[in-house]
Design a protein around this ligand. Structure first.
Ligand SMILES: Cc1cc2nc3c(=O)[nH]c(=O)nc-3n(C[C@H](O)[C@H](O)[C@H](O)COP(=O)(O)OP(=O)(O)OC[C@H]3O[C@@H](n4cnc5c(N)ncnc54)[C@H](O)[C@@H]3O)c2cc1C
Length: 332
């Protein structure tokens, strides 16, 4: 499997990267670590004529700002995130999720922004099409779905591990485009449209990720279901962040976000509101899991049936919630 021919630029400043990207925007693609984009190019699923690599930029290390926020460069590698003392202190949920992405080799080059901006995936789409499919599927611009042959829409799934964690943390992203930098909630980056999953323009760069300061004592849990551990995308992932009042029992804020169940990360909103303002107990956690399973309509994907993912959601959600509670109470 070979890469097609392409031109390559390696700007050294964000401004130059942004300028280059705007020249003939639709023929360019941003390149972080390339671990999502290059395989798609090899399969003929992305055909940029020029890659604008962000590897020439100086990457600021994770920084705790004076207000207590954590600022992360979009070009930070997942390995750097997972081993950063600042991230461990301010956003351990993100460190955990980053450490669960793919393999060490991939994490050494893959970037945080690339992880957040990865494309949606489908067992039938992420293949070489030269020998497989005559009729293009919805995601390739056609009007057919190989996964659901009578389906009227694309069923591709968004599978980033760090996005659910960052959404729980209430992260914002800095987007650098033609009009300078703007800040948006990470949750609003995702359109929910599997064909065009991101709400940013083709020439926008996710330049930084900002994690707000925590408001109280926090406990977090991240649970990822895969068949073969390391080199696999999640069949399902669950990120949980719980904040408590001083007594460490009453939940003042709960955030639960699921990955790999839909075309965007999905919040377990009803589960969150069951927890908020309540005293945390084992029976309550079980009610929360029941509520999440009722409210979230999981999409089957990559050979995992809907009933398998829904069944495992009960286990993985309880795992993540229990980890968060244990972290808060020290296991008491
Ligand atoms: C074997 C294998 C296993 C994997 N397992 C997992 C897994 O378990 N979990 C998981 O989440 N991912 C997984 N991945 C996918 C991928 O490796 C990661 O998502 C990785 O973090 C992507 O980052 P990158 O820097 O390599 O992205 P790239 O491939 O460089 O870019 C990905 C997309 O984002 C765009 N992009 C890059 N940087 C920016 C930016 N700053 N602003 C805007 N757009 C940008 C690119 O144009 C491209 O469309 C796996 C990949 C492989 C090959």
């Amino acid at each position: 499997m070979y890469l097609p021919r392409f031109a390559y630029e390696r700007p050294t400043t964000l401004r130059d990267a942004s300028t280059l990207l705007r020249e003939n925007a639709f023929k360019n693609a941003l390149l972080g670590g390339g671990t999502d984009l290059l395989p798609r190019m090899k399969y003929g699923l992305a055909e940029p004529e020029r890659l604008i690599s962000l590897k020439g930029l100086e990457v600021a290390p994770p920084k705790i700002l004076s207000e207590g926020e954590l600022r992360l460069s979009g070009a930070l590698t997942l390995a750097a995130l997972a081993s950063s003392p600042e991230v461990a202190q301010k956003a351990p949920l993100l460190a955990k999720a980053a450490s669960k992405v793919a393999t060490k080799e991939i994490r050494n080059v893959a970037t945080l922004a690339g992880n957040l901006c990865q494309d949606t995936r489908c067992l039938y789409f992420n293949q070489s099409h030269t020998f497989q499919f005559v009729e293009p599927c919805f995601k390739r611009g056609g009007d057919f779905c190989y996964f659901v042959p009578k389906g009227k829409k694309c069923w591709a799934v968004y599978m980033s591990d760090t996005a659910p964690a960052l959404i729980c943390l209430g992260a914002k992203i800095e987007v650098t485009g033609s009009k300078g930098a703007t800040i948006i909630d990470l949750e609003n980056l995702y359109s929910g449209d599997p064909k065009h999953p991101l709400n940013i323009k083709h020439d926008d760069i996710v330049s930084a990720i900002i994690v707000p300061r925590s408001r109280g004592s926090q406990g977090c849990g991240f649970s990822k279901l895969t068949m073969r551990e390391g080199i696999e995308f999640a069949a399902l992932s669950v990120a949980v962040l719980l904040e408590t009042t001083d007594d460490l029992k009453t939940c003042s804020r709960a955030r639960i976000t699921l990955g790999s169940v839909s075309s965007a990360p999905v919040r377990g909103l009803k589960g969150e509101s069951l927890l908020e303002g309540e005293s945390i107990s084992k029976p309550l956690l079980k009610d929360v899991v029941r509520e999440i399973c009722k409210e979230v309509n999981v999409i089957p994907h990559h050979g995992y049936s809907r009933s398998y993912i829904a069944g495992m959601l009960k286990i993985e959600a309880l795992n993540a919630l229990t980890r968060a509670v244990n972290q808060l109470t020290g296991g008491r």
